[in-house]
Write a protein that binds this ligand. Structure first.
Ligand SMILES: Cc1cc2nc3c(=O)[nH]c(=O)nc-3n(C[C@H](O)[C@H](O)[C@H](O)COP(=O)(O)OP(=O)(O)OC[C@H]3O[C@@H](n4cnc5c(N)ncnc54)[C@H](O)[C@@H]3O)c2cc1C
Length: 461
């Protein structure tokens, strides 16, 4: 008998899932509402691709494991591998980050490039087919067993696609809760932590090479958080993303954008873009709320035949750069469970539980900090988040400050922030010992620029 898997949504999570499923099912059908562009271009279904995207080491490693050669291919096509913290000029809530030798990395490039390279690789697999221009309308089956999906290709009547396993990867605006309710499943609640953060992004022709500049707000002061990032991407361009929480949103008009850049915690980004040529309009988004399905008891009552992953399960304030890596972690969790259990009964609840566990660190990192911003609105039951004075937050602040002085702590925070090590690793003996040592290195009072970088700045200022 032919075994069939269906993937709803052909974004990053969906294409990675398709790759995983192709090793366990005879056919894998991806249902995608858009028509894919022929190259690394923007498309309607992934509007966030207009904004700066960091691919953290944790996600890059998984993608490279599932699709060997992907990182090399990205670098070949002009992506940058940024050693952390050595190759960045970075201001965290706690101060400027010294350029300690790199202990981790991230990839910077346009988001469409990542999606395209992954898609090209995945769709080479003959078991995988894509139905483009096709919208998922709902699920088939019942509350205890999902058996397929109702879909509609543009201009054609609605049809039903049957499958042994359905993977929902329809992103942040997924209809999953509604679709499950239509099958008679109990309602699924959502956790929400909403800082009201807005993004404004513009792409420039980079006049010179310059390391990424990442300037973060300080969540400990009772002010709206304003951030800025200038990231080198392929084809000699900089993508500049400014963002601000409720009450501190960046304007999307020319003058307001530059003024905002001048008035974040340091004007470095405004100095760099002053003489750079903009090559796109300024684009905004407010699609940034932290939201997570409350699926803690995923094993109890979760239907057979359905697994959800990517933003459809948990989407984060993008400032932390964790969404793509978490999508990759979800695909890896699915792979591990398929290998362990095979595609039969019991798989879906177990895989869903693993996906839920895989999003937890990113969720805690984002929401524990976001809840500190003024006017943050939330509806969340997790005591780790709602108890603002919780030891978890205090530990993060302690560690964040120590990371500016102690290479050991810096390395540990980089591992956690790139989702390369679990959050609990911050409680490791090496970190605790470093936290106990008296701080003998003064904090930096300005951006840690090399002589060459200062000269570039002087030439452009
Ligand atoms: C402004 C912004 C900046 C970000 N920056 C970063 C960053 O720096 N680093 C990072 O790691 N992450 C970042 N993210 C998060 C990242 O974009 C997402 O986590 C990631 O795209 C999730 O992948 P996904 O496949 O789950 O969803 P998506 O990439 O959104 O893909 C969903 C897919 O489903 C399709 N679809 C939706 N509904 C249907 C339907 N009914 N029928 C058929 N198809 C459907 C869509 O067309 C799309 O192809 C950012 C997000 C935003 C909003």
């Amino acid at each position: 008998m032919t075994t069939k898997a269906l993937v709803l949504g052909g974004g990053l999570a969906g294409t990675l899932a398709a790759r995983v499923l192709s090793a366990h099912f005879d056919t894998v059908t991806v249902v995608e509402r858009d028509r894919y562009p022929q190259g690394p271009q923007l498309r309607r279904g992934v509007p966030q691709a207009q904004h700066g995207h960091l691919l953290m080491a944790g996600g890059a490693t998984i993608i490279d494991h599932l699709l060997p050669g992907t990182v090399d291919r990205l670098l070949e096509l002009g992506a940058h591998r940024i050693g952390l913290p050595e190759d960045t000029v970075s201001l965290t809530a706690y101060g400027w980050v010294p350029r300690f030798p790199a202990t981790g990395y991230m990839i910077t490039c346009g988001r469409p490039l990542i999606d395209w390279v992954v898609r090209e690789h995945v769709l080479r697999e003959r078991r995988i087919t894509v139905l483009e221009d096709t919208t998922v309308l709902g699920l088939c089956g019942g509350a205890g067993q999902v058996t397929g999906a109702r879909v509609q290709t543009a201009g054609a009547p609605e049809t039903r696609l049957e499958a042994d396993l359905v993977v929902n990867a329809t992103g942040r605006a997924s209809g999953l809760r509604r679709w499950l309710a239509e099958l008679g499943a109990p309602p699924i609640a959502e956790d929400i932590v909403d800082t009201g953060i807005a993004y404004a992004t513009r792409i420039y022709r980079a006049p010179r090479r310059f390391p990424p500049v990442v300037l973060y707000a300080d969540h400990r002061v009772a002010l709206p958080g304003r951030n800025g990032a200038l990231l080198p991407i392929e084809d000699g361009r900089w993508i500049v993303t400014l963002s601000g929480t409720r009450g501190g949103e960046p304007p999307t008009d020319e003058e307001g954008f530059l003024d905002f850049a001048r008035n974040i915690r340091h004007p470095l980004i405004s100095e760099l873009i002053a003489a750079a040529e903009p090559i796109t309009p300024i684009r905004g988004t407010r699609s940034t709320v932290n939201r997570r399905l409350r699926l803690d008891g995923a094993a109890d009552g979760w239907p057979e035949g359905l697994v959800a992953l990517g933003d459809a399960v948990a989407a984060f304030n993008p400032v932390y750069g964790h969404g793509m890596s978490t999508a990759a972690r979800g695909a890896l969790a699915l792979d591990a469970n398929l290998r362990r259990l095979g595609p039969g009964p019991g798989l879906a609840p177990a895989a869903q539980r693993a996906v839920v566990a895989a999003v937890d660190d990113a969720w805690v990192l984002a929401t524990q900090q976001d809840i500190c911003y003024p006017e943050c609105r939330y509806d969340v039951v997790d005591p780790r988040i709602v108890n603002r004075g919780a030891s978890g937050r205090n530990l993060m602040d302690l560690v964040g400050l120590a990371a500016l002085r102690e290479p050991v702590v810096s390395a540990a925070t980089i591992r956690v922030n790139t989702l390369s090590a679990p959050l609990t690793s911050l409680e490791g003996a090496d970190v605790v010992a470093a936290l106990r040592r008296p701080a003998d290195r003064p904090l930096l009072t300005g951006p840690p620029l090399t002589d060459e970088e200062r000269a570039i700045l002087a030439a452009h200022g």
